[in-house]
Design a binder for this molecule. Structure first.
Ligand SMILES: N[C@@H](CCC[C@H](N)C(=O)O)C(=O)O
Length: 318
C-alpha cells in the first residue's frame, strides 16, 4: 500500500502532510509515531521537522495532529496549522475553516499574500495560559513572567507560557544569540530534568526595529528549526507585555526561514494571537508503506517566490 503525502513548510519549518480523511491507512498512534521517526530523518529519508496528520472531525472541518521528528506528539503547531489550513480549505473549496487540534478548535482562513506570489493563511493561536501547571514547569509558584530563573541562567529574564504547547522565552542581545547559551540551556530542559518534565520549546527574541522582532527557537522533540509558529506567537505576546510592541498591531516576526506577522489580542485577562504567514508546498510523493521508499514524486513550483521573501527577511536580520 502507498502512503500519499505533501511536503510543505511554514517559514521553512517543514512538514510531511498526510491526509487520513481521503484514505484510511488504519494507522495506530504507535504507527504514526514510527512513521514520524522514519520519514522525518534527514539523513535516511525525506526529512522534516514533523508530520501533520489530517483526520475527519465530528465537530470541525478537520482534525490536525502533529508528531515531532522524534515521534512525540505536540498539542499544537502554528506553522503546521497554516499548511493544514491551506490543505483543508483547498480540499473543501472554502476560504475559512475550523480545525480541531489536541486542546482547541481553531479558526483558520486564507489571507492576502504576505509577499507577492505566496499562498498565505491566518491561524488562531489559543488558548494562552501563564499557569506553570499548564506547561508544566515545576517551581514553587504559579507563574514566571519576566523573571530570572537561576537554575538556567544568572542574567536572562524569562517568561513561561503555554499556547497551549509549552514555551520559555527570553529577550536577548545579539551577543546572547551568538553564544552557545540557547543550545546549552535548551538541551538541559529537554533532557531528563526536574523543571520541565515534558520538555519545552525555548526561544530567544531580539528586537530588530519598530514592530519588528527576530525569534530563534529550539523546539522540543526536534532541536533548532528554521522557525516555530507557536513560539513566534508566544514571543510576540511577551513583547506586548514588556511594552516593546503593542496589542492589536501587526508585528513582523523574522526567523531563520523567513518572516510572519503576529497580531496579539487582549480580551480582559486572556489573550489570543493571529499568526499570518506562508503555507508553501514543495512536492507531493507516494511512499511504499513497508519499505518507506519513495515511489513517485512531483514537485510544485512555489519555492521560487518564497526565496524572494527569504532574501528580504535575511537583509532585515543581518
Ligand atoms: N513548529 C511548531 C511547533 C511544533 C511542536 C513543538 N515542537 C512542541 O513539541 O511543542 C510550530 O510552528 O508551532
Amino acid at each position: 500500500m502507498m502512503i500519499e503525502l505533501i511536503k510543505c513548510h511554514g517559514s521553512g519549518n517543514d512538514f510531511l502532510l498526510i491526509d487520513e480523511m481521503e484514505k484510511d491507512y488504519g494507522f495506530t498512534d504507535e504507527g504514526r509515531r514510527e512513521l514520524a521517526i522514519a520519514l522525518c530523518n534527514r539523513e535516511k529519508s525525506l526529512g522534516a521537522d514533523g508530520i501533520l496528520y489530517i483526520l475527519q472531525s465530528e465537530k470541525a472541518d478537520a482534525i490536525m495532529r502533529v508528531f515531532n521528528s522524534d515521534g512525540s506528539e505536540a498539542s499544537m503547531c502554528g506553522n503546521g496549522l497554516r499548511c493544514a489550513a491551506r490543505y483543508v480549505c483547498e480540499k473543501l473549496g472554502i476560504e475559512q475553516a475550523i480545525i480541531e487540534t489536541m486542546k482547541a478548535d481553531l479558526q483558520v482562513r486564507k489571507e492576502a499574500e504576505i509577499y507577492p506570489g505566496i499562498p498565505t493563511y491566518q491561524v488562531e493561536i489559543s488558548p494562552v495560559s501563564f499557569q506553570l501547571s499548564d506547561l508544566p514547569l515545576n517551581l514553587d509558584r504559579d507563574t514566571l513572567i519576566q523573571e530570572k530563573l537561576p537554575e538556567l541562567s544568572d542574567g536572562l529574564v524569562f517568561t513561561a507560557l503555554a499556547v497551549p504547547n509549552p514555551h520559555l522565552v527570553a529577550m536577548v542581545s545579539r551577543e546572547h544569540l551568538e553564544s552557545g547559551m540557547q543550545k546549552e540551556l535548551s538541551e538541559k530542559v529537554n533532557g531528563p530534568n526536574d523543571l520541565f518534565p515534558d520538555g519545552v520549546n525555548v526561544s530567544f527574541i531580539r528586537k530588530v526595529g519598530d514592530r519588528e522582532i527576530y525569534v530563534r527557537t529550539f523546539e522540543r522533540g526536534v532541536g533548532f528549526t528554521n522557525a516555530c509558529g507557536t513560539a513566534m506567537s508566544a514571543s510576540s505576546l511577551v513583547t506586548c507585555l514588556t511594552g516593546d510592541n503593542a496589542f492589536e498591531e501587526a508585528i513582523s516576526v523574522y526567523n531563520n526561514g523567513g518572516m510572519v506577522q503576529c497580531v496579539v489580542h487582549k480580551h480582559g485577562d486572556t489573550y489570543t494571537i493571529d499568526l499570518i504567514g506562508n503555507a508553501t508546498y514543495l512536492y507531493k510523493a507516494a511512499i511504499d508503506r513497508d519499505s518507506y521508499q519513495v515511489v513517485d514524486m512531483q514537485e510544485f513550483s512555489e519555492e521560487e517566490s518564497y526565496k524572494k521573501l527569504q532574501e528580504h527577511a535575511r537583509a532585515i536580520i543581518a
